[in-house]
Design a protein. Structure first.
Lengths: 164, 164, 164, 164
């Protein structure tokens, strides 16, 4: 069962958050639901491979928001997370109008970088698995050690994460 | 107040549908809520102008779904709606992480084409207004007169639409 | 006939510049050649309508460069040209791997805005016609009157432009 | 020295092909030059990480064309190369209006798949390294063994390739 407050939360965040998984979700990972856009397909009739990365971005954006500080606020406070590595394996094609779930977890956390892991699912079917690694940099793009409360927030989440 | 069923509907469709506006929405137009992606911004720090058009696409997709037949089904039944004209006026920039509403109405309906009108809002502020015109074509791309029940479905909606 | 220098110029700029049209091109408009990417197509097998606007952007970018100051330098000197209106009419679909020409001219020039007109062609066939209107703003996004030498540069070009 | 014919070839293909490297290029890899679009940047002021993959696509497209059969023709003859894995490491950011070189080689060739390797350079500076793996499938998306002359064409190129 979900309640009215959660229903409204879904509208605002686009985040799927079944009550019984709430704690687990908030501590260890996060799920979002998205609808595949026509613009994301290509002439092969499937989603173009590069278009999974904006979905991963949506996943980690909502994950950060769920931890208490939106990524927008990270940047407003002078901390940027440029992407330094990405990877994705495509098992089955995502199709136009599919309703997909993107699961995001923290795979690795270091003083100057963080790696997120992702799974894209259509109902119970795994479509793709990927990860993205991000450096912590300041406004000038110089590498920095993540200050508090950011590091602690990620660390608490990372330590309680299950293997994806 | 919204009820559980509607809460679930929001999750599935991503569509904002306050109960008191339900009939109006279903008959005359449709609203969706979306979150601006980082990938949609450009180095000016705002959303790149071309990226409003996929939002319009999301608007008319959910609009069609609300009328009873998803656009995916249109194509499965051999009816395609390639875009023949687009226009957009940008009043104020949309920004990263903004929670936006896209309102979609039918602006004009002819035997071989349909035009949708759109408004993009951040709370009460109008950010952009646009329209897209689409031809009805068959699988080979030849212009066709829209068959029933598609035409009737759009017509009923169009006739009861208010001016945007 | 084109010479070696121009051949190299083509490589560096991606700009098609047949010698006999050189003066006309430099004064009144500009042509670029581009190859349609797979990523620009959609499941209908044609180029997604929003993806013409980055081509228009390429057109005006090379046009500005041909006038002597690249748009990158405009921004470095504190002048930004956010898009305030766009329009496009699609006559025939552009397809994957098509070699297209984009012709760019100045359609209108005012103290605080400039409008560019575009034609997209595959050999002699007109595929699409569009325009984009841009405001001149400063770094803070406030409207400004274009300073010299920018205004004069555009004006000279505009006054000698033929109708598209 | 390049000659007029090659100069024209550059225009038609957008491919950089200095004469002295011609054989090497044609046998073992391929280079293209591209200009970074404004639409490819994000609010961090750099190219959004997902936007390197369409550049890789351009690289392998021109590579296939250089081998004698364009990828468009592959598809026309019923052979599709959906992407099954991608990876990219970003060393330094690509910026708006940068003139970049993308080098493409075949990294691995199997009966049912091919992997391409890529390097993105700004002059002598390596910005990113990546690879994409593609399955050979038929029109229905079923895995297939690549028929001749496609396999032989890739194999000859692969066997003479240097390490990237």
């Amino acid at each position: 069962m979900i309640n009215l407050y959660q229903g409204i939360l879904y509208i605002l965040t686009g985040v799927k958050m079944p009550e019984q998984e709430e704690k687990k979700s908030q501590k260890n990972g996060w799920e979002i639901t998205l609808r595949v856009r026509y613009s994301e397909t290509d002439k092969m009739g499937i989603v173009y491979h590069a278009n999974y990365f904006p979905w991963f971005e949506m996943g980690r954006t909502e994950f950060c928001r769920s931890l208490g500080i939106s990524y927008k606020e990270w940047e407003e406070r002078g901390i940027f997370l440029p992407c330094v590595e990405v990877r994705c394996r495509y098992k089955r094609p995502a199709l136009y109008d599919d309703l997909l779930v993107v699961r995001t977890v923290i795979e690795k956390l270091e003083r100057c970088s963080v790696s997120f892991g992702y799974e894209v699912l259509r109902q119970e079917t795994l479509l793709a698995q990927g990860y993205t690694k991000h450096a912590f940099t300041n406004t000038q793009g110089a590498l920095m050690s993540t200050p508090e409360p950011f590091y602690g927030m990620l660390q608490e989440c990372f330590l309680t994460s299950p293997e994806l």
